[in-house]
Design a protein around this ligand. Structure first.
Ligand code: FEO
Length: 411
């Protein structure tokens, strides 16, 4: 095996790549895999920062041994207890029975609950420090980024932030580990998909964490997933991205997500998209909810400012996949979006009422009247669909509302 990468003086990467698992959390597709990152600080005292998914524990321990040989590990710093990072703790204890586990008061309960561990556990408070010799660790409690016990660990002398899930991304580390050894742009879409699906519900705690860290000089970010960020511009970009996404700010662009059994509702989606494009919107993504994976739709909804949702009535309710999407968006407290909706039915309209309820329960701004189609397209319905597309375009491109009947270009 190759020697684990020395990221900075005394600091080694001992994480692993997972190209086997199909679904992260048994929910989210991993077309490009995922890495579980762990790190060792080889100082007078040896510290391990997090572990890896238990399926990769053999490889992980081989890497640890390559760095430390038969020297003992003094501390395991547990930044996050989700099993993709804590899964090898039990095996770690069987190899290093004298290791001291370092976490916060929430970590302690989870160590006991998940693994029955109650001994050799040290509790740290917010901002507390721990000297390893040449290096000093400082702990920043960042609850709910992504679980209650989540914390970040800062290596003061080298300005390295071990950020737990924050600034992480799906995608394996192919060849390199550092951003300077990889092509960071390749991770951008997967980083937004990771944030929006895994962390997206916790925008407010992410904002709190970012404010807490605002004055901390960061030279390197070691997340639990994806590249180690070392280059100034990449660090600025991922921090800015997290700041923007957690404030629910988005780029100018439009997502149209629709369900359609026989293509009638899809015709409305096409018309609306066509009209938005005619009026200048260029970033338009149509998602057939029966085909697109919901994680891709959520990624795009977090990326773009405009959202239009369409659903036929199905068993006197929304189309099931549309219902799932709306539920997922509400679960993530989606806000700050221009919104429109359209529906269709054969004998009794129910979908538009539930789409209207979504508007009432969410912090979205309705840009135009909904379009409701009975059975098939009529000229007046086409006109309304075009008005919805145009109104959305005007909102996205100029912020100006378009009143019904007004046909002038809005830009
Ligand atoms: Fe990668 Fe929240 O665990």
């Amino acid at each position: 095996m190759y020697k684990p990468l020395e990221i900075a003086k005394d600091l080694y990467y001992v994480g692993v790549n997972d190209r086997t698992k199909h679904l992260f959390e048994n929910l989210w597709p991993l077309p490009y895999g995922v890495s579980y990152n762990a790190y060792i600080i080889d100082d007078e005292k040896k510290a391990l920062i997090d572990t890896v998914d238990v399926c990769y524990s053999d490889l992980f321990f081989q890497k640890v041994t390559r760095v430390l040989g038969d020297k003992p590990i003094d501390y395991l710093i547990v930044n996050h207890m989700e099993p993709d990072h804590s899964g090898s703790i039990g095996l770690l204890l069987s190899r290093y029975p004298n290791i001291q586990i370092v976490g916060n008061k929430h970590t302690v309960k989870m160590l006991k609950g998940y693994y029955g561990i109650t001994q050799h556990v040290g509790v740290v408070e917010d901002m507390q420090t721990l000297s390893l010799g040449r290096n000093t660790l400082q702990f920043y409690l960042t609850p709910m980024v992504h679980w209650p016990e989540t914390m970040m660990t800062y290596l003061q002398e080298q300005q390295v932030l071990f950020s737990a899930d924050a600034f992480g991304t799906f995608g394996t580390l192919d060849g390199g580990v550092l951003d300077s050894q990889l092509i960071p742009e390749r991770y951008r879409g997967e980083m937004i998909r990771y944030y929006s699906n895994i962390v997206g519900k916790f925008g407010s705690p992410v904002q709190t964490a970012l404010k807490k860290l605002a004055e901390v000089p960061i030279g390197t970010i070691c997340s639990t997933h994806g590249p180690v960020w070392t280059e100034k511009e990449n660090i600025a970009e991922v921090v800015t991205l997290y700041d923007r996404l957690s404030r629910y700010e988005a780029e100018s662009g439009l997502v149209i997500a629709y369900g359609s059994m026989y293509g009638h509702t899809e015709q409305l989606a096409e018309l609306i998209a066509n009209e938005a494009a005619t009026h200048g919107v260029r970033n338009i993504v149509l998602h057939n909810v029966s085909k697109s994976h919901i994680s891709d739709i959520i990624r795009d909804v977090f990326t773009y400012k405009g959202l239009i949702v369409g659903s036929p009535t199905y068993n006197n309710k929304l189309y099931p996949e549309v219902e799932s999407l709306l539920s997922a968006l509400q679960n993530r407290y989606l806000k700050n979006r221009f919104f429109g909706y359209f529906g269709s039915f054969t004998w009794a309209d129910a979908s538009s009422k539930q789409l209207a309820a979504f508007v009432n329960e969410s912090e979205v701004e309705l840009v135009s009247d909904p379009v409701i189609m009975k059975q098939a397209m009529l000229e007046e319905i086409e006109e309304k669909a075009r008005m919805l597309g145009k109104s959305m375009a005007c909102k996205l491109l100029s912020g100006a509302a378009v009143s019904p009947g007004r046909n002038t270009d809005c830009h």
